[in-house]
Write a protein that binds this ligand. Sequence first.
Ligand SMILES: [Zn+2]
Length: 308
Amino acid sequence: MDISALAGNPRLKELLSQREGGRGLSHAYLISGPVGSGRHTLARLLAQAMLCQGANKPCGQCGPCKKVAAGIHPDVIIAAGDGDKPISVDQVRSLRADAYVRPNEGERKIYLLEGADRMNAAAQNAMLKLLEEGPEYAAFLLLAENAGAVLQTVRSRCEELSLTPVNPKEALTWLEGRFPQKSREELQKAALDCQGLLGRAVEALEGGGEASRERSALARRLCDAMTGTDEAVLFEASMVLDKLGKEELPRFLDELEVQLGTRAAQGGDRKRLLQGVELVRTLRGAARLNANPGQLAGWLCAGMFCPD
Ligand SMILES: [Zn+2]
């Protein structure tokens, strides 16, 4: 199959290029990598390759390929938890019931499960049963940030595809293809800022409007305060977290992490900046578990000024 549409990841491409599409693919894949690393792109390419009617799969041109790309193929089912919650055991059970209804149009029915690493043990065990006993036309694409958090029994039933961040050159090439109308300068900046995670670059370039500029300015201010020496200034700056909505909070934390990382790479106070990066990652995890923003602000101050 041809997955040249995915950026970077040469080893993965090499591996998959040796497979034929359609029935030549496994029935279960665990696709892991950080947010923005191309997991959804790879999942889409696999789904297309499984359903494609062209010669060189995925051709991208046939009816099924186009439907998958547009997110309207009836035999591709996307399962995600409710809001920030992971997929529940009840959801897996209803997928199981659905899996026994034969495909509508294609030869396979493909289930894409978001956040497989965040599913609890009961849900993962239900998933395991589905992988073991599901009908032969069913295929499962499990997405995870951390493959290590997926039960070993589930992992052993899947072929693992692990995505890695791409280098700035690969990022730039990919972005040039995706955004032919943008200036080279803009693309170069996005390619450097995204730290190898193209999803971030896409968001930055697509959302390049007001919201993203404001987010970037607020993050810069907090970034300054985190690297400063005045605890009161940081306390005041961290109040910004309290004003962000549920949707915006993770985006803001992503932006903050990028800015801290970029400064570290440019030779700021590396130790402190990386301490900040670690802290922001922890906060993002906590935000996902519904910690309230006021609490996050408190942790941020404590983490920067009393790391022990
Ligand atoms: Zn096709």
